[in-house]
Every structure is written in structure tokens, then in C-alpha cells.
Design a protein around this ligand. Sequence first.
Ligand code: GLY
Length: 381
Amino acid sequence: MTAPLTHSAPITVEVALAERAYDIIIGRDVLGSLGRRVAELRPGARVAIVTDYTVARHWLAAVEWVLGEAGIPTSRIVVGEGEASKTYAGFESVCEALIAARIERNDLVVALGGGVIGDLAGFAASVVRRGVDFVQVPTSLLAQVDSSVGGKTGINSPQGKNLIGAFHQPVLVVADTAVLDTLSPRQFRAGYAEVAKYGLLGDAGFFAWLEQNAAEIFSGGSAREHAIATSCRAKAAVVARDERETGERALLNLGHTFGHALEAATGFSDRLFHGEGVAVGMVLAAELSVELGLLPSDAARRIARHLHDVGLPTAMQDIAGFMQEGLADADRLMALMAQDKKVKRGRLTFIVLEAIGRAAIRSDIDPAMVHGFLARKLDGG
Ligand code: GLY
């Protein structure tokens, strides 16, 4: 018989942003407290819930019920799944639906879903009536540890991911870890890449703890809450120091320069989830750091081993069809990286590792060196 899983009491992490400060509530079944928390935060507010069809099937009725029980009138805006909704057209339809639902300045938008819903609903909330407050109720691991915290909202341009957007902080984040039980193993794993990221960029002890406790995080015991709370604390601390990414917030992009290029090369499709791109990207960032003489090669091997052990892709060769379909082209990947938001005055920014638990921002890496590195990696080097 397996031992019953234990769970910790709800954990509150504060994002300390003065007048824009807010709490992240993390725990199993904390969704049940959403109505009370919203009623306390905005007495008399009405709520528009923005979600997608899949999340609606699992959680919309429960969220409407807890809000209704607290006396909060709700309306619902349900959009299609995935990046296809994070477009100008998707944005327009959410804005129009918020206006039609008569959501006013003192009302609230609740973003119920993964990263796409948080980005889309948050961006719509940032502009409708010149700004309405919103609450994040993240339903994917990736959204709970990364995208629901920190106020980055936006949509994709045909020319690149997340190129249209705004900083708009939520007023509350409610991350119910039980909600993650309905995720596919692949979606959960993809989110785990962002958890591992916090260990790699700033907390060697956390990375070592993850190596020991990944199985319990995946099975849903109290280690899951600890991992999510540790990730949120790390992110909250960085965001509080650098809300607008003028400096150290860029460290949170570890693995993302390569990862976004790989996502773009695979058409932002289900062939490579964002977190999977980040996993491959973090291994590439570690290997690039080794080539630059910054990181010992055994540290890069340790990173790849842990991500591989939890079932994440760790090389471009692991991406379905990548090597067979003409995508495995260093020129093309360099061109896709050049379109990234992280380009400043034509210079690419890479987050490199100096140790497990210590990252640095570098904008001085010779593109020819990166091109050669990628060509070797594509060659199996
Ligand atoms: N996902 C990186 C950030 O929020 O800055």
C-alpha cells in the first residue's frame, strides 16, 4: 500500500510592489476560498471569468459556484485553447465581451487558465476602460510558477511571440495545486522546466532538492506545494526588485532565447510546448556556458541528466521531426533569435550559467560563435 500524500496548509507569498503589491495563495483546494478573498478585496465588484473550453469543462462551474456563494455576480468569456487565441482577433473578442458584460473600473476580470489565458485576459484587463483589475487563477504548473506572477501580459504578433503587451499586475493570484491533477503528464512536465529554472538561476540548494523530490512533485504530495511556493518566492523577489525588466528580471529568461527560437521553428504548435522549449534551451544555455569557459562540463551534464530523468527533451534531436524537416538549420535559428524581444540594439542577450544556482546576463557573445555552437549541436556534437 502506498502512504497517503500529505499536504501543507495554504502558503502566502507576497509580491512586494508598494501600491501594486499582491498575494499569491498556494495550496491544495484553495480555489474554495476564491469567493471570500475576492469579496474582501473588492466588495461589491462583479466578475468576468475568462477561460478556455478545456479549463471551462473542468473548473468553470466550481469557480462560478464559489464566487456566487460569496454573493459575487459573474459572467463568462470562453475562448479557444492555445496560442491561436493570443492574437489581435482573440484580444478584440475578449475586450468586446468585457465591454458587453458591462465590466467597469471597479469590477474584476478573473483569468482562469494557463499562460495563454493569463496573458490574454490580463492584457484585455489592462486596456478595457483604460484598465480594470484582474485576478489570476492559474491552472497549469507553468502558469502557477511563472506566467501568473509578475504582470507580463500580451498577445503574439504575426512577427513574433508576445510582441504586443503591457505590464499589468494582478491584484491576487490563487494557485490551487489540486487543479494540476487534471493536466496531462506532458503538460505538467513542461511546467516543471520552469520550476527547475529557479534552482538553476539562483538556488543550488533548491535544484539539489528537486533532484531528490521530483517524484513527489509529480505525484502531488506536499513537495508539490513546496516547489511551487519556492518558485513563486524566487520570482516575486526578482519582480519586486525589477518589475519592468531593466536588469535582473532578464535572468528569468534562462533558456528562453534558444527556447523561443525552437518554438518559432516548430510553429508554436503542440510539437514543442513552451516549457519543453525552455528545457532544451536551458541545456543549450548550459552547454554554451561551458564553451565560453564559464561553467564546468559536469554541471551541464548534471542539468541535462535531471531534466532527462523527469522526461523532458534536452536536445534539439529530441523534438519530433525537427531533424527531418529542414528545421535543423543554424542560420534559421539565428534569424529567429534575432526577432526575439531580448534583442537590444541588434545584440542578442543570453542568460549564461556560472554555476548551478548562479546565472548572468550577457549581451556581448559573438553571434558567429553562437552560430558555430548551434551548427555543432545540430550535427550531434
Ligand atoms: N517569464 C519571465 C518573466 O516573467 O519575467
